[in-house]
Design a protein around this ligand. Structure first.
Ligand code: BG6
Length: 526
């Protein structure tokens, strides 16, 4: 018999649980997520790609899941000419296109959500437009009960971040001028394009916002399997005793994509794989794998430990860069049987570009736990398939009992699967049934989707909800961002100043350049 629909605390209907969800013992006792604080979100760059593909669907899904508070309003702030009404229509069209099936905008819930949306057609250089924003925010406090709480979300090109932050101050929209509620800012990556520009941006930010008001997004941290790295390590006793140099031979961290640069040639040809993925997403994965147990689950306790990991990674000397790194650029090839263009033929890319679309590094974490254990990182576009994972390879067995057999005894590996599969797999050796002592590798494999019976919410949902709640755990702190830049800077310097004449050096749809296998012959196949 269908159960009575549940109402959330704010009076909206909770989505019904499916039969599978009701019967799954792993879901028993799981409470629904905490509702965020009442607030207005201001989306700078609301006519852009990130807003329509990620942020708007995430907010709508939070509404459907009952996590958005009833005191909520969304203000789009961008150059494109919309009125409040035409912006609402635009939002509906985008949700029709990008919200997952089953959550299309309709009914009473959509009507109330749409009412809370408004738009300021703005030039980011005009103080008057920020003053208009201030007026609208005050109006929202009256109409929607947003209680003076403001979340500014910078989803614009990074070149305009400093100008917007400065205008917020001049218009009296900074946290110090807000006597009624909180003021927070969410800053999309990239946070700077190198160490110098990141420091300059930070100076602008800290003139207006305190560190506790700043939410620097690295959307990898919002992915459920990434958050689970800490649970795997610190909610179990069996992994921690072997999670160190005595048992671990090496660690591989991969974030590979089969897509190319899509329509982002102008951005990508000034960035490259090292800036785009390694300096932020991949290094953040490394920090979670290598960190010490934090004293508590408090945001700063965790971020202190991540900072310590980065402090223990020596940035390479310029003369060592070529030995501890590999770079590549894709040429024409095939992805899933279809022809794929080479990087230099992509729109917005220079036909002589020296920019890498593949980067691999060997780093060492020089502390008591990890001394002597190499950490291999790689990321690239147009590789054989999309896969993000961490592979912890354990040391070989000390003594071979199955001496006569010709079977190779593989080391144990633990794979933390981030995407497309989400889970954890352990490879161990087993005896093949029968009279002979044949040994083969087998996997014990846990998948979140099948295990818990539901798929993880997209990273942006979690991150937006956390920013509205004031939880900074999954956002990067300035000191770690600065160190991450320090780690990659020598590699960036050397790569930018030495042309790689072998480019393009891997065909689209393959395992990457040969040089990556010189750095590490046994990368796990993509
Ligand atoms: C972004 C990069 O930060 O992450 C993109 O700028 C990349 O180039 C994307 O494609 C990958 O994210 P995900 O979640 O698809 O692995």
């Amino acid at each position: 018999m269908p159960s009575k629909p549940r109402r959330m605390i704010d009076g909206t209907l909770a989505p019904a649980a499916t039969d599978g969800e009701r019967q799954n013992p792993l879901r028993a006792g799981i409470e629904s997520d905490r509702i965020s604080d009442p607030c207005s979100i201001v989306l700078f760059g609301a006519s852009g790609d990130l807003f329509k593909r990620m942020l708007l669907p995430a907010l709508w899904s939070l509404r459907l899941r009952g996590i958005l508070p009833s005191g909520f309003a969304l203000i789009g702030f961008a150059r494109t000419k919309y009125t409040d009404d035409s912006f609402r229509t635009y939002c509906k069209e985008q949700l029709d296109a990008f919200a997952p099936d089953g959550s299309k905008p309709q009914g009473e819930l959509w009507d109330t959500f749409a009412q809370s949306i408004s738009y300021v057609c703005a030039d980011f250089k005009q103080l008057a437009h920020f003053q208009e924003l201030k007026r609208r925010l005050a109006e929202n406090d009256e109409r929607f009960g947003t209680r003076g709480n403001r979340l500014f979300y910078l989803a614009t090109p990074p070149s305009v971040f400093p100008g917007i932050i400065d205008m917020l101050r001049r218009a009296g929209l900074d946290p110090r001028s807000n006597e009624q509620g909180w003021t927070r800012i969410v800053i999309e990556k990239p946070f700077g394009t190198d160490l110098t520009s990141a420091r300059a941006l930070q100076r602008t930010v800290q003139r207006v916002f305190g560190e506790h008001d700043v939410y620097r997004i690295d959307h990898y941290l919002g992915k459920e399997p990434v958050q689970d790295i800490m649970a795997l390590r610190f909610a179990n006793t069996i992994f921690e005793p072997i999670w160190n140099r005595n048992y671990v031979q090496s660690v591989q961290i991969t974030s590979a994509e089969s897509i190319g640069i899509e329509d982002r040639g102008n951005y990508y040809d000034n960035a490259g794989a090292l800036r785009d993925m390694i300096q932020n997403h991949v290094l953040n994965l490394l920090a979670l794998i290598a960190m010490e147990p934090p004293a508590s689950s408090d945001a700063d306790a965790i971020r202190n430990e991540k900072f310590k990991v980065f402090s223990a990674i020596a940035s390479p000397r310029h003369e060592d860069v070529m030995n501890m790194s590999a770079r590549g650029q894709y040429g024409p090839g095939k992805i899933d049987g279809a022809k794929a263009t080479g990087y230099r033929q992509e729109p917005g890319v220079s036909p002589q570009s020296n920019v890498e679309t593949f980067a691999a590094l060997r780093l060492s974490v020089e502390n008591w736990r990890w001394a002597g254990v190499p950490f291999y990182l790689r990321s690239g576009k147009r590789l054989a398939r999309k896969v993000s994972e961490v592979v912890v390879t354990f040391k070989p067995i000390p003594h071979r009992l199955y001496g006569e057999s010709t079977d190779a005894i593989e080391p144990n590996i633990l794979v933390v699967k981030i995407e497309p599969d989400e889970g954890v797999a352990l490879r161990f050796e087993a005896k093949v049934p029968g009279p002979k002592s044949h040994i083969r590798s087998v996997f014990m494999d846990f998948n979140y989707g099948t295990g818990f019976g539901f798929h993880s919410p997209p990273a942006y949902e979690r991150l937006l909800a956390d920013a509205m709640r004031g939880d900074q755990t999954l956002f990067t702190r300035w000191d770690a961002v600065e160190l991450a830049w320090e780690i990659v800077m020598p590699v960036l310097d050397v790569w930018e100043n030495t042309k790689d004449f072998s480019f393009p050096n891997y065909p689209a749809g393959t395992q990457g350049p040969q040089t990556a296998f010189t750095l590490l012959p046994d990368w796990r196949a993509l």
